[in-house]
Design a protein around this ligand. Structure first.
Ligand SMILES: C[S@@+](CC[C@H](N)C(=O)[O-])C[C@H]1O[C@@H](n2cnc3c(N)ncnc32)[C@H](O)[C@@H]1O
Length: 237
């Protein structure tokens, strides 16, 4: 099957630059606090409306065959996963109207075949999905913003208060990034909250699945994946 990004030409990108060379020493303490005090921030109205739109686009029996492509950008990877996973429904979520315009989902959620794209805030969307009882088959988090400054640790998804909710969505969780420290921290955070022995792996691929993966590959960056089999209902400690 032709691949959306089968060539490695295109814009080059600088590597992540950070004063932080190791996993943040405060990560365990931050996670312990999130575990003790579940996140209760109000859900923004626009994301609640977006979640309802997605629920209306789902057909009978599909809610137990869900795949999330969280932070899908322009939605290229969601389309690819939709082709690779017939019988599943892939939901691409991003907050950027400009990026979602490329798949026609900037104004409201859009469905094409087994793909749905929607504009929403990820943290709120994940919480709504949890409240609705969703248990995912797969969850992709491709090239999340790295927030490389050490003082921004809590903006990284694995140190954000929503992280226990994300893990409870279950399924095969795969995070990819081009910064070793982020991969190490993400793996450590999954391990601390679930007890699973998770290690980051070096990705060796020549067929990128998203625009950022394509750009980073073309720029010669080392790429990392953290994969966790969380099952139907992740046991988050
Ligand atoms: C570095 S880009 C990666 C895009 C795509 N996954 C790829 O690999 O090409 C990160 C994406 O996450 C989205 N994003 C970041 N924080 C978000 C949030 N809180 N809610 C929704 N989307 C978010 C951004 O709009 C952006 O499209």
């Amino acid at each position: 099957m032709p691949h959306a990004y089968s060539t490695l030409t295109g814009p080059r990108s600088a590597s992540v630059r950070s004063g932080q060379a190791q996993p943040h020493e405060r990560l365990p303490e931050v996670l312990a606090r999130h575990r003790e005090a579940p996140w209760r921030a109000p859900v923004p109205g626009h994301t609640a409306a977006a979640f309802e739109q997605v629920c209306r686009l789902l057909r009978a029996g599909e809610s137990d065959r869900l795949v999330l492509d969280s932070g899908c950008g322009s939605g290229v990877s969601s389309r690819l996963f939709g082709e690779q996973l017939p019988g599943h429904v892939v939901i691409g979520i991003d907050r950027s109207a400009a990026r979602l315009q490329r798949c026609g989902a900037h104004a409201s959620a859009r469905r094409q075949g087994n793909c749905i794209w929607v504009r929403a805030e990820l943290a709120a969307f994940w919480r709504l999905a949890g409240r609705a009882g969703w248990r995912l088959r797969r969850h992709y988090l491709l090239y999340p913003n790295p927030w490389p400054k050490a003082r921004h640790l809590r903006r990284r998804w694995h140190a954000h208060p929503v992280f226990p909710d994300l893990l409870r969505l279950g399924g095969r969780l795969e995070m990819r990034c081009n910064w070793r420290v982020y991969a190490d921290e993400f793996a450590a955070a999954v391990g601390l909250l679930t007890g699973l022995p998770i290690q980051p792996e070096r990705l060796c691929i020549d067929r990128p699945c998203s625009p950022h993966e394509r750009k980073y590959l073309a720029s010669g960056h080392a790429l990392y994946a953290v994969v966790a089999e969380l099952g139907g209902a992740a046991a988050v400690a």
